[in-house]
Design a protein around this ligand. Structure first.
Ligand SMILES: C[S@@+](CC[C@H](N)C(=O)[O-])C[C@H]1O[C@@H](n2cnc3c(N)ncnc32)[C@H](O)[C@@H]1O
Length: 322
């Protein structure tokens, strides 16, 4: 494992409900490792290697473009260096149990939660990793897992963060999961969470990227809650890692950017795009790998907290062309 960071760059940005998600998404694309949502601001943390003037300049340049995109004005409140231990203290203060659905809750280990026996309670201590269950992109994936895991699947979780999705998948019945993250600190947190949830025999966590997988590795279900740019980069390789009829679940995509991803899998449609924009900000895609022609698409709305996100189920073809 690499040495732990001794400091972080902390950025506070004033946001309103109309631009909150767009700004958060931009911050993740810029390399932010974690983003706390407060009432009218976002608090984002960047690795210590990032310089204060660079982050200030890039964020300011983005914020000036918001009005032209039809989004509300936003401004930087502060950019500063903080000691790394502040990070954990901040999370501990703000991380509360989250009910993702009536059947799934996520909680930090230090907070008790009263829940029925049949509720899946996932314990996550995020440390410096993404994946507390509070973010809509994670919630979408958890809801999808609830809907799609049948039992017995081999799962790949790309960008596992805290390990939350891999843990949920096996606790919902998947046979085994490989959970990887390019960030060593996240992989370390994921390993601890996997052990805490008693699933370590079935979840293999490692720090690395797709190229570290064996060339023969194939999965029934691949989970990727990343950002649009990374998804576009990895799409072909993810398709190649799926078995025939396997499912690829993608999250971390803003509805306004979804056409880019759909375009890459050949499923874009004006009508659907319009409907999506009307119904919510975040989208998740479920793609099914299938030989032969593209088959019928189904569009359904699922509620995620106060947002409604959309779920597009599409069959893609031919093999290897996801
Ligand atoms: C948005 S977080 C998702 C965490 C968790 N899976 C969830 O759904 O809450 C994305 C994670 O992907 C990791 N990541 C980004 N690009 C990656 C890549 N090419 N390979 C592996 N991990 C990657 C990041 O380090 C980060 O931990």
């Amino acid at each position: 494992m690499s040495a732990q960071a001794t400091s972080w760059l902390k950025l506070r940005v004033e946001v309103d409900p109309h631009n909150r998600e767009a700004v958060a998404n931009f911050l993740f694309e810029l390399g932010c490792c974690g983003c706390e949502e407060r009432e009218s601001e976002l608090v984002a943390y960047f690795p210590e290697a990032r310089s204060v003037p660079d982050v200030r300049r890039e964020v300011a340049a983005y914020l000036t473009r918001l009005p032209a995109l039809g989004l509300g004005r936003s401004r930087i409140l502060a950019v500063e260096r903080v000691e790394a231990r502040d990070w954990n203290a901040e999370w501990r203060k703000h991380f509360k149990p989250v009910w993702v659905s009536p059947e799934i809750a996520v909680k930090p280990s230090w907070v008790p939660l009263q829940a029925r026996q049949d509720v899946l309670v996932i314990e996550v201590d995020p440390k410096q990793a993404f994946g507390t269950g509070a973010h809509e992109t994670t919630q979408l994936m958890l809801r999808l897992l609830e809907a799609y895991v049948r039992g017995g699947e081999a799962v790949l979780d790309v960008g596992t963060g805290t390990g939350i999705l891999a843990i949920a998948a096996v606790r919902l019945g998947a046979k085994r999961a490989v959970a990887l993250d390019k960030d060593e600190v996240a992989a370390e947190a994921a390993q601890e969470n996997v052990e805490k949830n008693g699933v370590s025999p079935r979840v293999h966590v490692f720090a690395g990227e797709l190229d570290a997988l064996s060339p023969d590795a194939r999965f029934d279900l691949i989970l990727a809650n990343l950002d649009k740019r990374t998804i576009l980069q990895l799409l072909d390789r993810l398709g190649g890692l799926l078995v025939q009829n396997g499912l690829l679940m993608l999250s971390g995509i803003l509805v306004e950017e979804l056409h880019r991803v759909e375009g890459a899998v050949g499923t874009a449609s004006r009508k659907q795009k319009k409907k999506r924009v009307e119904q919510g900000e975040w989208a998740a895609l479920v793609l099914k790998k299938k030989g032969g022609k593209m088959s019928k698409r189904r569009l359904a709305a699922i509620d995620v907290g106060t947002n409604t996100a959309l779920l597009l189920v599409a069959d893609v073809s031919p093999e290897g062309e996801i």
